[in-house]
Write a protein that binds this ligand. Structure first.
Ligand SMILES: Cc1cc2nc3c(=O)[nH]c(=O)nc-3n(C[C@H](O)[C@H](O)[C@H](O)COP(=O)(O)OP(=O)(O)OC[C@H]3O[C@@H](n4cnc5c(N)ncnc54)[C@H](O)[C@@H]3O)c2cc1C
Length: 294
């Protein structure tokens, strides 16, 4: 089965992105929340790899593999996709990981460059490794052709790119090399996504472009995340969140309401699926899926 085929059935594809917890307590919470998340019947689930840039390739691999193995064992019917970055990895390290996940029955890879530890820019490739995600896409397509390859796209452009147009040209190179699906960076203004989608179309990118949605659950979290990835927070959303400075539940409700409206608008505008950055929690994704009868 290929991930791209899920997007050609005409049914909205819901996917969830997990991250490897740092300790057993985080794992325990993930078990609990995941048992709720599956009620939304995700078409597939992904797990991040080494995000935050800390630790070597081996440590990143170990932690992502732990999550993938557990989901595979307890929820064998859910198709699984592993993220993989080029950070601190030689081509041999990357190959070794691809062998391991292939043996585990993982069907796809989100092929990423990743960020240097401490977000140091410009990115310096590991000796014997890759400079761009493009090279990882090429490696997977040549040596592991059974994997579905997904790549990242940036509606507000990648922070290192000079212009959105230039960034989209680089995205086109990844698609031409065999990437089948584009998952986008989170965004809070749908017009940014629509502009990106139009530009991709003009550039000749015809694979599914899937919006990445991070429902805001508290103000400090969204400020931190948007400053890290460069996404613009919506002014109305910010104003409403600031009305609840000391009220977590108030902030949660504002965030979930906003994300629900955002997703509803995206569906009306023909997106093939929605990729939720669930941050290992279930409550907001469940609310949104229920409210929109997904
Ligand atoms: C859906 C999604 C999932 C993610 N998951 C993870 C994760 O699991 N772990 C993690 O650490 N990070 C993750 N990230 C973050 C990602 O690693 C960073 O955004 C990183 O800075 C760029 O990765 P990339 O794959 O987009 O890189 P690239 O596609 O290689 O692009 C990086 C920069 O180089 C430019 N560029 C690309 N190709 C060329 C070329 N041929 N010539 C010149 N310039 C070029 C691009 O325009 C861009 O500015 C994720 C991001 C998204 C959107």
């Amino acid at each position: 089965m290929k991930i791209k085929d899920l997007y050609s059935t005409g049914k909205l594809v819901i996917s969830f992105e997990l991250f490897p917890p740092k300790n057993w307590q985080g794992f325990a919470e993930l078990y609990e929340h995941f048992s709720e998340l599956v009620k939304c019947k995700p078409s597939y689930v992904t797990c991040t790899y080494g995000a935050g840039g800390s630790g070597g390739a081996k440590e990143a691999q170990k932690r992502t593999l732990e999550v993938l193995k557990w989901v595979k064992q307890d929820y064998s019917q859910i198709p699984l996709v592993s993220h993989l970055t080029c950070v601190n990895a030689t081509v041999d390290d990357l190959r070794q990981y691809l062998f391991q996940v292939s043996a585990l029955g993982i069907i796809g890879i989100v092929a990423l460059r990743g960020d240097a530890p401490g977000n140091v820019r410009p990115f310096v490739p590991t000796p014997g490794g890759f400079r761009y995600a493009l090279e990882l896409v090429r490696l997977i397509k040549s040596d592991f052709p059974n994997f579905s390859v997904l790549v990242a796209g940036y509606p507000e452009k990648h922070p290192e790119a000079e212009t959105l147009e230039e960034d989209i040209k680089h995205l086109k190179m990844k698609v031409d090399a065999g990437a089948e699906v584009v998952l986008t960076q989170l965004f809070y203004n749908n017009e940014d996504f629509y502009r990106f989608r139009d530009l991709c179309d003009r550039e000749g990118i015809y694979v599914p472009i899937v919006p990445g949605i991070l429902p805001v659950t508290n103000l400090s979290q969204v400020k931190r995340i948007t400053s890290l990835c460069g996404a613009r927070i919506n002014e109305t959303l910010l104003e409403r969140l600031e009305k609840y400075p000391n009220d977590e539940e108030g902030q949660f409700l504002v965030g979930v309401y906003y994300a629900t409206r955002q997703v509803e608008d995206l569906i009306k505008n023909g997106v093939p699926g929605v990729h939720f950055y669930v941050l290992n929690k279930s409550r907001s994704a469940l609310y949104i899926c229920k409210a929109l009868c997904l």
